[in-house]
Ligand binder design. Structure first.
Ligand code: NAI
Length: 728
């Protein structure tokens, strides 16, 4: 018999066995090999004990000795699983599932005392219990987020949620979005039975359940049990079924995410068979996902890279962490208003300054609107909303910025104005206040020349809408000091956003790279490709915004302005401007047809009086389309994806980017590079045939569509040496 090393068996003299989840080798419990052995040993021991003396054990309580209840699957193991280990992966999952099932069907009550986050495997242990009591611990989350890593919950998660809440609720509330619920919301949505405030209460409730149910089994093991809402075997249900695949297809817009499809299939097929067969079906669909490339990409980005970025792999070492107490936000327009809200939400006092008291108040009005909405939706209380709003002081008077230990400037994109507003306040705020600019295009090194302390000056590039967008791009100017960089990093973390760090360059990382995506889409219109196909190609590649509609949102005059400035800079430095086929399309749209985008009421799309987007402008076909001109759909998608990936490699070559994780995370969270790729450099790593495959394909695109697809030297070198893009 194997021994349990990660689960402690603690039996009291009343016959209640507490199964304490406590992996001695890790900070959190995971479903690793040791757990697989341990849970098997526990199942053996439990069966033997009950067999020897039916009354020796009265019930079981799963609980954890860690801060979290249980963290889920072991992602370090999973990311290694290739098709050659498919059998092993299938069997490993089956082993854990069988053990949980043996404990679940012993006839004794099993309770999950969820004393911290129970995500993925953790919630699956809870599902294999007859009763679930959750502690309302701060930050605690409950759910099955596997889909967000390109996987499905294969520890019985699909099989049991379908039986617990029915196919529709299991899919919509738990499986397809991977929603992470607070304990209270988990209770409201039927994921747990009780929520308690203290650990004592939690254990008391667990024992009370055991006392009240000396013989217990899962509802689905009671003969005659029916899955709530029915199954496809029922003609009434079957009539609704076709809506699921159709809705899913619509939601994914054709993007290559295999997990939702496999989840849907496992849920529907599993609902029509017995429990054991359903678990086998679930395991087969899981094995297909875990051995595939998309789950590897998503685990790399959304787990490993995100952790590296947020934990400060790029933060200068040795600078003491510092929290900001009071921040000055200069400019209360769209960005300033959003930045003020995000800071106040994190408990930071904000002085919001604009040219007039009215303009500043209008900026605060944005927070008032967001707060009112949050209260009406039950996401916050009136008291909390009032407290947040009380932190924001609108003003037009520079003297009111006294005591601010950080400044974030978000006035119009005009270097002279930016210099002026910094000069106005730099002697009013704290003498060592951190000085940040939210410029989206102006080089930070040049802007720093206009302030008295360039060493404390740094770029803090937020994305719109600020309250929703998780990323902030930190831009280090030539004279920015390490202290300022560390403090900017800490400030971004303080407001719960994800910081990436880049060196100064025109357009930094994000604006420069997204420009290639847009240019490529626009260029295809210019070549005569059907505009609707261009949009479709972007959607099916997995971009959250279609390319021409995005161009309209940003306004067509913006790339022209950036082009003029960049061209001048290139030529002043003695270079030649390479040009791009998108340029003539943009120029014609503006000069010939007067279409500047959404804000101008007309762009690649038509817009109603209310600003609502209508159909694609029929003039595009008339003036640009070449009937019968077609290029392969795959080329259309890869022109967009490759243009961004190739320029990211150039940014690494130029030293603007210094971290692969930053590039991956920045591309997904900042500029909508498709999540299934794992980010812009992981896309290259995971491309068919690896780096050599990517290089060959880039050369093919260069031959067909232009030199801009020629692979940069760094990429060719890495491909030749059999390397991948990695920070380690
Ligand atoms: P906006 O036009 O909505 O707001 C600018 C605000 O600055 C206005 O309220 C204006 O009254 C105020 N202002 C002008 N002079 C001032 C002064 N002397 N003192 C105080 N306030 C003054 O502009 P938006 O979109 O908020 O952009 C602001 C900055 O953020 C720009 O540098 C822009 O490039 C950058 N940015 C914009 C993004 C976007 O999506 N709109 C994204 C990222 C950065």
């Amino acid at each position: 018999m194997t021994e349990s090393t990660t689960i402690r068996w603690e039996q009291d003299d009343t016959g209640v066995v507490t199964l304490v989840l406590d992996d001695p080798n890790q900070s959190a419990n995971t479903m690793n090999q040791a757990f697989k052995d341990s849970i098997a040993a526990i199942a053996d021991r439990a069966e033997a004990a009950v067999q020897a003396d039916k009354d020796a054990i009265r019930g079981f309580i799963y609980t954890s000795a860690k801060k979290t209840f249980f963290a889920g699957g072991d992602l370090k193991e999973m990311i290694q699983v290739g098709p050659e280990n498919a059998r092993q992966a299938f069997e490993a999952g089956t082993g854990i599932k069988n053990s949980l099932r043996r404990i679940e069907t012993l006839g004794k009550p099993v309770v999950a005392a969820i004393n911290g986050a129970a995500l993925g495997g953790g919630y699956e242990i809870a599902l294999a219990s007859h009763h679930r009591v959750a502690l309302d611990a701060p930050g605690s989350k409950i759910g099955l987020p596997e889909v967000t890593l390109g996987l499905l919950p294969a520890g019985g998660g699909v099989t049991r949620t379908v039986r617990l809440m029915g196919i529709a609720d299991a899919l919509l509330k738990v499986l397809l979005q991977g929603t992470q619920y607070t304990p209270r919301r988990a209770l409201e949505n039927g994921l747990v039975h009780e929520v308690v405030a203290t650990e004592e209460e939690m254990l008391a409730k667990a024992r009370a359940f055991i006392d009240a149910h000396p013989e217990s089994q899962q509802p689905w093991d009671v003969p005659g049990y029916r899955i709530p809402g029915g199954t496809p075997a029922n003609p009434k249900f079957a009539a609704n079924l076709p809506a699921f695949p159709a809705n899913l297809k619509k939601q994914l817009a054709g993007a290559p995410y295999p997990a939702p499809r496999n989840i849907l299939a496992a849920a529907v097929e599993g609902s029509q068979v017995d429990f054991e067969t359903a678990q086998t079906i679930e395991a087969r669909y899981f094995t297909e996902l875990v051995t595939g490339q998309v789950s590897k990409n998503m685990i790399q980005a959304f787990f490993f890279d995100l952790q590296a970025v947020n934990s400060g792999a790029n933060r200068p070492k040795g600078v003491e962490p510092k929290t900001v107490r009071k921040v000055a936000v200069l400019g209360a327009g769209m960005m300033g208003a959003g930045i003020a809200y995000s800071c106040a939400r994190a408990g930071i006092e904000v002085v919001l300054k604009d040219v007039s008291a009215e303009a500043a108040q209008k900026g605060k009005g944005y927070s008032e609107k967001l707060c009112a909405k949050a209260v009406s939706r039950g996401r916050t209380t009136q008291e909390k909303a009032d407290a947040l709003l009380a932190l924001i002081t609108p003003t037009a008077v520079p003297a009111d910025l006294a005591g601010c230990d950080a400044v974030i400037e978000a006035v119009f994109e005009d270097p002279a104005l930016k210099h002026k507003v910094f000069q106005e306040i730099q002697d009013v705020v704290e003498p060592d206040a951190l000085l940040c600019s939210n410029t989206s295009t102006l080089p930070i090194t040049a802007l720093a020349e206009g302030v008295s302390r360039p060493v404390d000056f740094i770029g803090l590039h937020f994305f719109s809408p600020v309250d929703k967008m998780p990323l902030v791009e930190i831009i280090k100017g030539e004279r920015t000091g390490d202290e300022a960089l560390a403090r900017a990093f800490d400030l971004v973390r303080q407001i719960n956003k994800t910081p990436i760090v880049v060196n100064d360059s025109r357009g930094f990382f994000t604006s420069r790279v997204i420009g290639h995506f847009i240019n490529e889409g626009v260029a295809m219109v210019g070549e005569g490709v059907e505009p609707a196909s261009v949009e479709q190609a972007a959607a099916q590649a997995g971009y959250p915004a279609k390319v021409l509609s995005l161009m309209d949102e940003l306004t067509l005059t913006l790339p022209r302005k950036i082009r003029a400035e960049t061209k001048r800079a290139v030529e002043e430095a003695g270079g030649t401007w390479p040009g791009h086929p998108a340029e003539t399309v943009i120029d014609r749209m503006i000069d010939e047809f007067g279409r500047t985008g959404r804000s101008g009421g007309a762009g690649f799309y038509e817009y109603g009086e209310d600003g609502k987007r209508g159909r694609l402008w029929p003039g595009l076909r008339e003036h640009f389309a070449k009937p019968g001109h077609e290029i392969p759909f795959r080329d259309m998608q890869e022109r967009m994806l490759f243009s961004e990936a190739l320029d990211t490699v150039r940014l690494l070559e130029e030293g603007v980017l210094t971290s692969v994780a930053d590039a991956n995370i920045g591309s997904i969270f900042g500029i909508g590079f498709p999540g299934w790729t794992g980010g812009v450099l992981q896309y290259i790593n995971g491309y068919e045939g690896g780096l050599p495959g990517f290089v060959a394909r880039a050369r093919e695109l260069a031959e067909r569509y232009g030199e801009r697809f020629t692979p940069p030297a760094l990429l060719v070198e890495k491909a030749d040496q059999g390397e991948k893009f990695s920070d380690s």
